[in-house]
Design a protein around this ligand. Structure first.
Ligand code: SF4
Length: 779
């Protein structure tokens, strides 16, 4: 007898045999699904149904770690992928997002055709000619009426360097825009300013090998375990029994795994670092030789930190004085100390000075330029570093300054454009662009690969502002993001894996992405959409040399010549591929061919005197302290290894959604929960002065008393946050605002379960989830 699952065997004629066959069929559809065959191309065993006929290496398109992924190809199309064992970043490892990178390309809410809103308010599919001529016409019309500054762009750290450079050049040099910024303002602006002021150039000095070579690793505001899991794996490979010190108000996954956790009161880390510096200087634990030879401003700094006595620092930070003393002695005693920070520092009202307080600690102890050391900012997005150098937003192309006539002349010469086309100022930052929309000086916005209606701080206000625009163009892979739903014109873009270009990761490694899939429908690469925009606007001739991403890469090389980020020694994409990524600098003459390189081994920094500067300033209070009405402090941060930023891509994967089930979760301390009547697993309402969120209570001592935590990827979180900014970097301070919490009542809203494919939509016309601008017809 055959069970239908496979052929009968002799033993299947007995009752026991039949039962066995029912339980374990030796052939059939399910069994064949499990069969493995040699993968070739060094892939070991792969599922037989996915056996590739070729393989190629690319870098991952989610986070700034920049892991190498081997894409398995069949007939030129990607069928699967695996982490690359020979890539120096990840050494054969990948996090769940990387493993699922192909899945998210197949989502049903991919944008496949341009959509244009008509006079009746309804959006309909149009061809590229109509889309681009309308965009160019509207931009020109608005600029003619309100001046060139009335059109601006908001871009992303998720597109290739060649694309963001072309965008910045076309928008500012071709279309006459003055204002453009990117979502890197939300993650890295603080590190950029901190490095520029301290080192003279935006230059993260490290290589990932430093995680393995440190004997003391200080992680500040970084939940490395889940935010950068492959970097944490590099820490785990460290054979020097390092002290791992985590400075974070929450007992995060990383803090729980560390040898020492310093649960500072939120935003008192600056006070802690000044106090540590004072203690070390008082004890004579200063690398005098290094400080005298390679830094400036130390004496003023030493005088300044005297006011941060141990007891007052202990009182302000909430840490025991003995613990602070112990940390200072550890930093002194260890030979290779590395200081790492990410969003807990950057997204603060005094982020720049906090980052510089860490840089100061590295300088005064001489922990820079040697293996296992450094003042090391970890980036967020896959190409944040590319954006910092080449987006042409805050800085002129190649890490230059718009205000510097010599820099403008260099760029004009490389690009072959008239110098007077280059603005003399950097233009407005992201928050100031939104202010411009609010006050009517900016009337049209071109948003590329980012989702401000979800991710911008104080979401209600941001959405109200976006609703005021005369013309909103959104260029995105998906038609379903909160911002895409509001667009007057939606331009369908290819995603990672559907186009080529380069990303630059946290350790300055330039890596390659390749086209291993066809983009769906009429979607085009961002590079080609921007080329079309230039053509229809009438400035295409200025950018004729930007023929392809690889031609653009040659232009970027020329722009980098003689700069700290010089990559003129990289011949072309093929050379980049063969080298498994190249860290800058890599000049044509005299480059170091080592695959792992750090900066400042010679003690020379980028200021004209070759010295690094101690930069410091008195700490400032929080803009919104808890009070009687709103007695708790809301912290936000990454809540899961499997979700990425606004979940635009990661929510499309069933696997990733299973790893982090949808739904807003509020972390609250058991004592606070008990005092407020909040019960684990039940609904609670979190309110700030700006909005309200209903969330399931997750009662846990991982968050201290008086504080609560919401994950930043949840669409509701930014209803609560306060629009406060670091004064130097204009980076939003997402991490702290006052809230109150109560158990939900029966008539409180409950969040609708998300299906991962964007906000719910009815057939035909639907409203944007946040009201106002949108009604849509897609057929
Ligand atoms: S750690 Fe970052 S770069 Fe590496 S696989 Fe995960 S998302 Fe991709």
């Amino acid at each position: 007898m055959n069970t239908g699952l496979g052929p009968a065997t002799p033993s299947s004629n007995t009752l026991v045999g039949r039962l066995r066959t029912l339980l374990r069929a030796r052939d059939g559809r399910l069994t064949r699904e499990l069969l493995r065959s040699p993968g070739r191309f060094g892939l070991g065993q792969v599922p037989a149904r996915l056996a590739p006929d070729a393989a190629t290496g690319v870098v991952c398109g989610f986070c700034s770690t920049g892991c190498g992924l081997t894409v398995h190809l069949r007939g030129g199309e990607a069928v699967n992928l695996s982490p690359s064992a020979d890539y120096p970043v990840n050494l054969g490892m990948a996090c769940p997002k990387g493993w699922e990178a192909l899945t998210v390309l197949d989502a049903p809410d991919r944008a496949t055709t341009p959509l244009l809103r008509g006079d009746d308010g309804v959006r309909r599919p149009v061809d590229w000619h109509e889309a681009m001529s309308t965009m160019a016409g509207r931009f020109r019309e608005i600029q003619a009426l309100h001046g060139p500054e009335s059109v601006a762009f908001l871009s992303t750290g998720q597109i290739a360097t060649e694309e963001m450079a072309l965008l910045g050049a076309v928008a500012k040099f071709g279309m006459g825009m003055v204002h453009g910024d990117g979502n890197t303002r939300q993650c890295m602006a603080t590190a950029v300013v901190a490095y520029k002021q301290a080192f003279g150039f935006d230059a993260p000095p490290y290589t990932y090998q430093d995680f393995e070579e440190s004997d003391c690793i200080v992680l500040v505001g970084s939940n490395l375990c889940i935010a950068h899991p492959i970097m944490w794996e590099r820490v785990m490979r460290n054979r020097h029994r390092p002290e791992v010190i985590v400075v974070d108000p929450r007992r995060t996954e990383t803090a729980a795994s560390a040898s020492l956790h310093l649960p500072v009161r939120p935003k008192t880390d600056l006070v802690l670092f000044y106090g540590l510096a004072n203690l070390m200087i008082q004890n004579g634990w200063v690398d005098r030789e290094f400080v005298e030879a390679h830094t400036s401003g130390f004496d003023d700094y030493a005088r300044f930190v005297r006011r941060f006595g141990l007891l007052s620092v202990a009182y302000e930070t909430g840490l025991h004085a003995d613990l602070i003393r112990h940390v200072a002695s550890l930093i002194h005693a260890r030979k290779r100390v590395s200081f790492w920070w990410t969003m807990g520092v950057n997204q603060s009202h005094q982020g720049v000075r906090t980052a510089q307080a860490l840089i100061n600690l590295a300088l005064l102890t001489g922990n820079i330029g040697r293996p296992g050391t450094g003042a090391n900012s970890i980036t967020g997005q896959c190409n944040a570093m590319g954006s910092r150098l080449f987006s042409n937003t805050t800085g002129l192309l190649g890490g230059r300054d718009f205000a510097d006539p010599a820099h403008r002349a260099e760029v004009a010469e490389v690009l072959g454009i008239p110098e007077d086309r280059i603005p003399r100022t950097a233009g407005r930052s992201y928050d100031q662009i939104l202010d411009g929309v609010r006050d009517g000086t900016i009337r049209a916005l071109w948003v590329i690969g980012t989702n401000p209606a979800h991710s911008w701080i104080d979401q209600g206000s941001a959405r109200e502002v976006l609703g005021r625009l005369d013309f909103l163009v959104v260029q995105d892979m998906y038609h379903s993001t909160e911002t895409a739903l509001a667009a007057d014109l939606l331009l369908p873009a290819a995603g990672w894996g559907e186009k080529e270009g380069t990303f630059i990761n946290s350790e300055r490694r330039v890596g390659l992405i390749k086209k291993v899939r066809r983009a769906p429908g009429q979607a085009l690469s961002d590079f080609h959409i921007i080329k079309l925009a230039a053509h229809y606007y009438g400035c295409g001739d200025l950018f004729a040399a930007w023929e392809s991403p690889e031609a653009a890469f040659q232009i970027l090389k020329a722009l980098s010549a003689g700069r700290p980020c010089d990559v003129t020694g990289v011949r072309d994409y093929r050379a980049l591929d063969e080298a498994r990524g190249v860290q800058w600098p890599f000049p044509a003459a005299g480059h170091d061919p080592a695959p792992q390189r750090r900066l400042f081994a010679d003690g020379r920094f980028y200021h004209p005197d070759g010295r690094a500067k101690f930069v410091f300033e008195n700490p400032r209070p929080l803009a919104e302290e808890p009070d009687a009405e709103y007695p708790l402090l809301l912290l936000t941060g990454r809540g899961s290894v499997s979700q990425w930023h606004t979940q635009t891509r990661t929510a499309k994967s069933d696997v990733l959604r299973k790893l982090d089930p949808p739904g807003t979760r509020l972390e609250i301390h058991p004592a606070d929960a008990s005092a407020l009547g909040v019960v684990a697993g039940r609904w609670a309402v979190v309110e700030s002065r700006r909005g309200r969120v209903t969330a399931k209570a997750f009662v846990s001592p991982t968050v201290p008393r008086g504080q609560v935590f919401l994950p930043m990827h949840d669409p509701a979180t930014n209803r609560l946050t306060l629009a406060e900014f670091d004064p130097y970097s204009r980076q939003p301070a997402y991490k702290a605002c006052a809230v109150r919490v109560r158990p939900a009542k029966p008539d409180d809203d409950r969040p609708e379960p998300a299906d991962g494919h964007g906000p719910r939509r009815a057939a035909g016309a639907v409203a944007a989830p946040w009201g106002g601008r949108d009604s849509e017809r897609t057929s």
